[in-house]
Design a protein around this ligand. Sequence first.
Ligand SMILES: C[S@@+](CC[C@H](N)C(=O)[O-])C[C@H]1O[C@@H](n2cnc3c(N)ncnc32)[C@H](O)[C@@H]1O
Length: 199
Amino acid sequence: MSNIVDPKEGYNLYANNYQNDYRKLESFDKGEFLKLLPERVDIAVDLGIGDGRIVDYLKKISEKFYGIDISSKMLENCLKNHGNLDLINADLDFSIPLKSESVDLITAYFLFVHLKDAKGFIEEVYRVLKNNGLFVFNLIHQKKPPVLKAGKKKFKIKSYYHIPSHIEEYLDYYWFKWERIDIFEDKFWVSKIYRAEKV
Ligand SMILES: C[S@@+](CC[C@H](N)C(=O)[O-])C[C@H]1O[C@@H](n2cnc3c(N)ncnc32)[C@H](O)[C@@H]1O
């Protein structure tokens, strides 16, 4: 039997195993994610940065870079992996701890699946982005969380399946101009990657 834990507890437990999943995570975008990133921005923030799996790409294209995550252990590993970074330990489910209209690029990779309030989150992204700012994120086709193992413990991390058409309605509601790339495995979509511009 595996119990369901919240993301903070779950990622603190799983942090030291997370790198073993990089290959699997990369199979959800097959490199397409990079095509949706802008060439250069002033300020970029990665929400749910984890242990910094995609930090190298984001640092390369931004003058100033921040990361935010609820798991202190993932952030600790992020610092170990990437050295000096500006990181904030916070829960993003109800608010983003940043000033309004202060950021050019927000990325959120494999984060939506852990957020309860997707519409509230998109509203917060809208608030924090500058005009013409970009929001690049993905949705995965995961209806049930996988069983994870850390040492002798087996557990699932609480997750939510957000139907893509609902997320797209929220993007439309806030007048984002958006495009999407669908990633398929066999005949089924496994991931949808979005680039949404605040207009
Ligand atoms: C699947 S990992 C993705 C990490 C990274 N974005 C990547 O692509 O490898 C999900 C991350 O989101 C963080 N997270 C989950 N729920 C969160 C919340 N409510 N607020 C902030 N971070 C959260 C977790 O701690 C974890 O590091």
